[in-house]
Structures are given as structure tokens and as C-alpha cells.
Write a protein that binds this ligand. Structure first.
Ligand SMILES: [Zn+2]
Length: 443
């Protein structure tokens, strides 16, 4: 059954109790597979003194060890190309993807035919939740090669029946040309790129982005589209409805998607990825309830090539609701930043995206572009926090605006800041993910 409102009505409106029952069945089978096929997990379970019989209910999962990105990296170095956590035969792997982490060394992810199908279903559900329908013409202005958000997005859009236009990155000229001649009404890209593209259109095409006919901006790959001031700017620039999705290079292309209510991203991986929210310091599992914040942890439920158990994403999320006017029964959340990016000033956790949010709230006096300057490696930062912000027009010598920005940062985040204003267009623009931190030190 497929209705206009849901791609998978049964799963998307399932009661929490029925979903848990389905998930415990799936996880039992996945654990059978890990105990039988994964050398990586056989070692980890043995080290923790765990047997297969120790898992009987979803609550038992908390007894099992976490998996970190560092472990996956070491596993791949020790056993290339896919690592000791690869649990399928290479002959069954139909495609490879990679992500480049902070170390610059690519880490690879493989999918079997069945894994690819699961990714397609989950990603399509996230897009459909965001309001993509068969009549849409979608410009994909994000990475296509190797990136997990590339080809799987094509598969997912095709499953829905939408028209996928694979433009990729670094092709702003083509976006301008094609979007209008093809009558595209959707752009799928990062929020940084959506801002960049609007500026590009004003500058190069001498047009208002609103006249482009884009009705839906489907954003992802970095936080931003959910930050109120950035969302307001995107909505105003494009005259389009902005929604966002979230996935993970090691687990799935898009696992969460925001419905047109625009009040947070629905969990869309019900039968493919089990999620936990944990306290990042203690590792304790937190309840999935409104108001809870913590680190997102993923467990695959039916993966063949690289199944992962309790994988720590380093994404910090806040649960916003456990019900929705759209009728979906999955919880909704917002990603507030990454633990990797987090700074600590005078004992206070500061996410660069939160600083950007505060600065952006001064729009249109500012462009919203910022950079935080670090004199030494984080997360500890000696106060004041050094923030470079672009003013929108005129001279950068605006002591009143500078003082207002510093006061607002201090008021909202309780940390002292020193703001340096620079003219519009000074800070580097990033077509892919924005870089909010600039290191002034070597290394
Ligand atoms: Zn909803």
C-alpha cells in the first residue's frame, strides 16, 4: 500500500511497541550474523566476556561495547581494503564508497546488493518524508563520486519516481543554466552551498534566486538548515520550503528526514538502523523523550558488508518530539553539532554552529558568514573566543555592531567573545561543507 502521505505507511505509523518488537527480531538476527561472521566483533565480544545469549531484549544492548570511528580506521589499516569489520565476501560486494575524515586518509564502506537496497529504501523514505514526490525535478548539487550521499540519492529519487538531475559539485554555472531550462523545482545540497549559490546567482546571473522557481530546498551533510537564523535566511533568499536530512558515511546515506511541518527530523531508519541517545561523557543510555540531548549512536539491523554495533557518531542531537501532526510515529530531533567541533571556553561547551546562529540573527546587517580563530588546538580555548564576522555592506568599522555581537554571544552562550568585523565577501566560501574554525597554529 502506498498513500500520498507516506512512502511506507505501515512502518511510518507503527506503534512504538510494535516497532520495538520488529527491531528486537532484526537485531537478534544481526547479532547471530556478527557472532558468526565478524572477526572484529568476535574479538570485541570476547574481550567484554559477552556471549550471544546475553542479548534477549533491546535493553540488553547497553551491555554491549561501543564502536568508535578510530577502531574502524585501525581495522582498515590492519586489514585493507574494508577492515576486519567486513563480514561479507568481497565477491558479494557490489559498490564501494569512501569518506575523507580529518586525517585525510579515505575510509571505505562497501555494500552488498541487499545493503544497497536497504540504503535505497531508507534514503527514499527520508526524501519522501521531506516532501519529494514523483512530479519533482531535483537538481542534485552535492557530491556524486564516492560520497555516500551521491549515488544512493540517485537510487532513492528514482525509487520515489522523481526526476534526478546529477549535477554534482563545482558546477554553479550549470545549476543556473539547467535549473531554469529543465524547470527544476528542488535543489538537494548542503546549506552552505544553498547560501553560496544564492550569492552566486545575484552576482553572476544578476537575478533574484526567488525567480528560479525552486520550491523545495532539501539540505543535508552538515548542520545549518535546521538552525533558525540560517533557515530564515535560506527561506527568504529562495522563497522555498527548507527541510533537512541526516545520515552517516559509515552507517547510511540519510537516516533522518524532516517532514513539511518543519519541526525537526523524523527517524526514518526504523527497520534498518537502531538508534540510541547517550550521555557522551558517561556512555549512559538516555530515554528517547522530548528535551533529551546527547550523542547519537547507531546499530545496524540487517547489514551484510560492514555491520556496526553501537557506533558512536559524535553527532550531538536534541529530541524535539515523539509525535507529529503528519501522523508519523517516529521521534523528531535536531542535530546541534558534532562533538569533534565542540570547543570549551571557561568550562562551557560551545558549538561553532551556535556562534554562527547568534551572528546570523543580526542579518541583514551581517552576511552570516563567520570564522572562529583558534591559537592552539581545542577543545579548550583561552577566552575571549575570537570570532570573525562579515558585515553585509559598508565599512567594517562599526563599533556599535561589534559590541552588540559580543554582548549577544556573551548573553546567549555565557562566554566572552572578541568579534572582528570584516567586509562582505572576505571570508572563504565553501561549496561543500562550511569550515567554521580556522587554525592559526601549525598542524
Ligand atoms: Zn512529521
Amino acid at each position: 500500500m502506498r498513500t500520498e502521505q507516506y512512502l511506507d505507511p505501515e512502518i511510518e505509523t507503527m506503534s512504538p511497541a510494535a516497532l520495538r518488537q520488529l527491531q528486537v527480531q532484526k537485531l537478534s538476527t544481526q547479532l547471530d550474523y556478527l557472532f558468526a561472521r565478524s572477526l572484529f566483533y568476535q574479538d570485541k565480544f570476547a574481550a567484554a566476556g559477552l556471549r550471544r545469549a546475553d542479548f534477549r531484549s533491546l535493553d540488553d544492548l547497553a551491555r554491549f561495547p561501543f564502536t568508535s570511528k578510530e577502531e574502524l580506521r585501525e581495522s582498515q589499516l590492519a586489514s585493507p581494503p574494508l577492515g576486519r569489520h567486513m563480514a561479507a565476501d568481497m565477491v558479494d560486494v557490489v559498490r564501494l564508497h569512501s569518506s575523507t575524515g580529518t586525517t585525510g586518509r579515505p575510509s571505505f564502506v562497501g555494500v552488498t546488493r541487499k545493503d544497497a537496497q536497504c540504503w535505497t529504501n531508507m534514503t527514499a523514505r527520508s526524501f519522501y518524508t521531506q516532501g519529494i514526490r514523483p512530479s519533482d525535478i531535483v537538481i542534485h548539487a552535492a557530491g556524486l563520486t564516492m560520497f555516500v550521499g551521491g549515488l544512493p540519492s540517485k537510487d532513492a529519487m528514482e525509487l520515489i519516481g522523481a526526476t534526478f538531475v546529477p549535477l554534482g559539485t563545482g558546477a554553479s554555472e550549470k545549476v543556473v543554466l539547467y535549473a531554469r531550462s529543465l524547470g527544476a523545482n528542488v535543489i538537494h545540497c548542503t546549506p552552505s552551498y544553498a547560501i553560496y549559490l544564492a550569492e552566486y546567482i545575484r552576482r553572476e546571473a544578476k537575478m533574484n534566486p526567488r525567480d528560479f522557481g525552486i520550491k523545495k530546498l532539501v539540505c543535508g551533510a552538515e548542520p545549518g538548515a535546521g538552525i533558525p537564523s540560517i533557515r530564515a535566511k535560506l527561506t527568504e533568499e529562495w522563497g522555498a520550503r527548507v527541510t533537512e536530512g541526516l545520515g552517516n558515511a559509515d552507517m547510511g546515506p540519510i537516516i533522518f528526514g524532516e517532514c513539511p511541518e518543519q519541526t525537526g527530523m523524523h527517524y526514518c531508519g526504523q527497520e534498518y538502523v537502531y538508534t540510541e541517545i547517550i550521555d557522551p561523557e558517561t556512555g549512559a543510555v538516555l530515554p528517547i523523550e522530548s528535551g533529551v540531548s546527547g550523542e547519537l549512536v547507531y546499530t545496524s539491523l540487517e547489514r551484510e558488508c560492514v555491520p556496526l554495533l553501537r557506533f558512536r557518531t559524535r553527532d550531538r542531537v536534541s529530541i524535539l518530539a515523539t509525535s507529529c501532526n503528519c501522523g508519523r510515529t517516529s521521534y523528531k530531533m535536531r542535530c546541534v553539532g558534532r562533538t569533534d567541533d565542540m570547543l570549551i571556553v571557561l568550562g562551557v561547551n560551545v558549538f561553532p554552529s551556535a556562534v554562527r546562529d547568534i551572528v546570523s540573527s543580526f542579518y541583514p546587517q551581517v552576511t552570516g558568514e563567520i570564522q572562529i580563530l583558534l591559537d592552539q588546538p581545542g577543545p579548550g580555548v583561552k577566552p575571549p573566543l575570537k570570532v570573525v564576522a562579515e558585515c553585509a555592506n559598508g565599512s567594517a568599522d562599526q563599533p556599535v555592531l561589534k559590541k552588540q555581537l559580543e554582548d549577544k554571544i556573551k548573553g546567549m552562550l555565557t562566554v566572552p567573545a572578541s568579534v572582528q568585523l570584516v567586509p562582505a565577501g572576505t571570508l572563504p566560501r565553501f561549496e561543500m561543507k562550511g569550515q567554521l574554525i580556522k587554525k592559526l597554529y601549525e598542524g
